[in-house]
Write a protein that binds this ligand. Structure first.
Ligand code: SF4
Length: 312
């Protein structure tokens, strides 16, 4: 059920309202109870991810994603944001809004060249115009142009159907399912991959599905949690955990990050003088992980992800 709170977040769609710590604490205790049946690694990952979530939420606060007024606008934004920043997407969506064209049937009727001009700020506009056309064709032919009707399809079937549409890969499909439909699927992007690698929580096989399964197995299956967590990861990686020169000294999750601990506690003590958060048994830097991020490996991992999709 969609809950829109225009008072708190004008122009934002909030399908589940804000996060409630009590609910999450309850869900977490349920996870902890069942954690006894999980492998030690799964328990370690679950605890690390939930700790990361709490620290990120405490640092950045609720992100109130997705910035859109309707589920269709979310879907359109999910397609247009591939390989471009959100600011550019806003310009394109505003172009459509200004002309009253933010409607599946109207976009379907638009000449391709007109659509290309309107979404030009998003880059790759010729390809993206074809992708948008493919999506509105899909929506109109199968669901009479109604996102509500589309979301009556069982989520697994709908995911498969979305993935069959030209230009919709796993990240876009899952963004539509989660942020437009409130379906509890975890959205994986290049930022998620970067964080897992720096936390040293991932295995060697970093496919989209494997990373998604890791999060979904470790966390309570909750759309509100997935919504907020993905948005918080984006906030962290855009502002602090950058590809080059991550700002580990000011990072809220440094205590659970292998890369950050290695940098911050070089020499056996924190650069900030905070030794209280040193991981147990790691006062000696020899016990800290020594693996460095490999550019070649990052590129190989990124290539295995949906190649047409980029982090927002
Ligand atoms: S500690 Fe450093 S590497 Fe780790 S998440 Fe924070 S900024 Fe990124």
């Amino acid at each position: 059920m969609i809950q829109v709170n225009d008072t708190d977040t004008p122009n934002m769609i909030r399908r589940y309202g804000g996060l409630i710590y009590g609910d999450l604490a309850h869900q977490r205790s349920q996870t902890d109870e069942s954690a006894g049946q999980k492998s030690p690694d799964a328990t370690k990952v679950a605890k690390a991810l939930m700790t990361a979530y709490d620290l990120l939420l405490g640092h950045f606060g609720p992100q109130n994603w997705w910035p859109a007024e309707t589920p269709f606008e979310v879907a359109l934004g999910a397609i247009l944001t591939q390989q471009v920043s959100w600011r550019n997407v806003e310009q394109a969506i505003n172009n459509l809004k200004r002309l009253g064209l933010l409607d599946p049937q109207k976009i379907r009727s638009l000449p391709l060249e007109t659509l290309e001009d309107l979404i030009r700020p998003t880059g790759f506009y010729k390809t993206k115009a074809k992708k948008v056309k493919a999506f509105v064709d899909f929506l109109c032919e199968r669901y009479d142009g109604s996102m509500d009707t589309m979301f009556k399809t069982p989520p697994e079937d709908l995911r498969k159907a979305l993935l069959s549409v030209y230009g919709i890969g796993p990240e876009t499909a899952d963004s539509i399912l989660l942020y437009a439909g409130g379906v509890p699927v975890f959205v994986v992007d290049a930022y998620t991959l970067r964080l897992l690698e720096r936390f040293d929580l991932q295995g060697n096989d970093l496919t989209y599905e494997r990373v998604q399964s890791l999060f979904q197995a470790a966390l309570p299956r909750d759309a509100t949690l997935f919504n907020e967590f993905h948005a918080l990861i984006v906030a962290l990686c855009k502002n602090i955990c950058r590809l080059s020169d991550p700002k580990c000294k000011i990072c809220p999750v440094v205590r659970i990050c292998s890369y950050g601990r290695r940098v911050s506690y070089r020499g056996g003590e924190s650069e900030t003088g905070d030794t209280a958060s040193l991981p147990k048994g790691s006062s000696d830097t020899k016990s800290l992980p020594k693996r460095r991020l490999s550019k070649r490996r990052r590129r190989a991992n990124a290539a295995r992800m949906a190649p047409c999709e980029g982090a927002m």
